[in-house]
Design a protein around this ligand. Sequence first.
Ligand SMILES: [Zn+2]
Length: 77
Amino acid sequence: MARMASKELEQLKHTVPLEVLAESQGYTLRKQGKDFVVLCPFHTEKTPSCVISPGKNLYHCFGCGGGGVGAGLAATH
Ligand SMILES: [Zn+2]
């Protein structure tokens, strides 16, 4: 798992919900049950397969297996 790029991102992780952070980074979120799916930042795809779990502050891509926690998603974008 990649380290956080900066202390600010580390702080954001605790103050901003992951789905809000992702949206602010230009991700288009689609609601799926209690989770959200977005286009994966790790590989090119047309159908979103990267699942954001707001409750756990985690994201995971079912297409390529990439994932991480919280603000790492924004840092990857
Ligand atoms: Zn992926």
